[in-house]
Design a protein around this ligand. Sequence first.
Ligand SMILES: *[C@@H]1O[C@H](CO)[C@@H](O)[C@H](O)[C@H]1NC(C)=O
Ligand SMILES: *[C@@H]1O[C@H](CO)[C@@H](O)[C@H](O)[C@H]1NC(C)=O
Ligand SMILES: *[C@@H]1O[C@H](CO)[C@@H](O)[C@H](O)[C@H]1NC(C)=O
Ligand SMILES: CC(=O)N[C@H]1CO[C@H](CO)[C@@H](O)[C@@H]1O
Length: 379
Amino acid sequence: MEKFITIFTFLVVFNMLMMVLSYIYIRKSQDRLFCSVSDFLSSAKLFLDHNGARTFKNILPNNCDVESTSLTLHIQKLEKAFHSTVNECRRRHVFSRQMDYAEDRPLLTLFTTWEPSPEKFFVYNCTLRNWSSFIPKVNLVLFTNNSDLKKEALQYGWSVLPIIHHIEGVPVLKSMFKTVISTFNSTYYGFSNSDILFIDDLLDSLKTVNRAYRDHNVFLTGRRTNIPHLSLKEVVSYDNIRKAASERGKLFIVASEDYFITTSRFPWNTIPEFVIGRPAYDNWLVGFARCHFYTVIDITSTVLACHQTTKAGNKEGSKHKTLTSYNHELLVKLGLSTNYGAGFVICPEKKTYYNLCGDIEVMDRPITSFPKYCSCKTW
Ligand SMILES: *[C@@H]1O[C@H](CO)[C@@H](O)[C@H](O)[C@H]1NC(C)=O
Ligand SMILES: *[C@@H]1O[C@H](CO)[C@@H](O)[C@H](O)[C@H]1NC(C)=O
Ligand SMILES: *[C@@H]1O[C@H](CO)[C@@H](O)[C@H](O)[C@H]1NC(C)=O
Ligand SMILES: CC(=O)N[C@H]1CO[C@H](CO)[C@@H](O)[C@@H]1O
């Protein structure tokens, strides 16, 4: 019996050894015969960098079996796809130059409002100055009753309007929308929180939306990027802001929207009297627009919205001492849906993106990528 067990154990161990050896052998021979994915990708990058001066076959490392016919075929297809993309880009650029925004009214009226406070002087100075670089393509409007702030904003070319409708001093969003829509003539109207800086890609994205969805009642929103302690040196140019965003920026959570852009036909009349800077209204608006069949487009991928993150941190909306649950309670009182998930930024059916030519386009979000909470069932 013992002998039998010894033989059995020996066979098992022997078998396992053979398996390990053959596994190692197969891995080794594969390494010799086939390209790894990273071999292939780094060669593809080199191929593009050489702009046609070196063939793909030429660039692939020796361990790739460049003589195999199937590889040759794939390489030919890849090169062909590349050439046709380049041609397509050329064709589109000629076309889009003819199609540039040619209306004689501004593309956007963008408004905001804030409570003056010494620890945010720098942030609001940046907002006043940096937004003003969009004039005259954009009308800028500041809602304030503060005369010093008014004087300063006027100097930067903004328009200033008083805060007429408010709850305990906190402005009501829909009243501001209705006021700017009746006061200014532009293609789009937008509200943004006051500590957000935009760069030129906002205008490019709006132009694309206007070209593709001119007659639609569109509603645009997106995620912001938090950038801690933007310095004066960084905010001086769009390129520096872009750089800071790519080095230190962090895309904020999907449950938060800091800006909304609509047409003049959006039914602001029927929207509850939400106050700004407090939770709930942002998600509700996006959920409402989506679930009532407005064309909602998530423009996160093509619009850098830099949140100038300061000591106050990233969740100021829920840190305000007053009216924290005002918007939520308003919805409950009105018997409206409080399924906020439907208004998260990954729920809109459409989104913008940069195509391979580097141009902005709008696409349908893949049906498989909607989380359950996007459902419009309770709306
Ligand atoms: C706004 O401007 C456009 C073109 O400049 C014009 O056709 C339109 O009638 C204007 N709308 C209003 C409400 O003034
Ligand atoms: C800009 O900064 C100055 C002081 O540096 C301050 O007096 C002014 O109120 C600031 N402006 C805003 C809009 O905060
Ligand atoms: C701003 O001034 C107007 C009068 O011009 C007043 O009706 C309104 O209540 C004031 N708003 C705030 C927030 O105090
Ligand atoms: C692009 C742009 O408008 N940059 C301005 C941003 O604000 C700073 C001052 O805070 C100006 O110096 C820049 O010109």
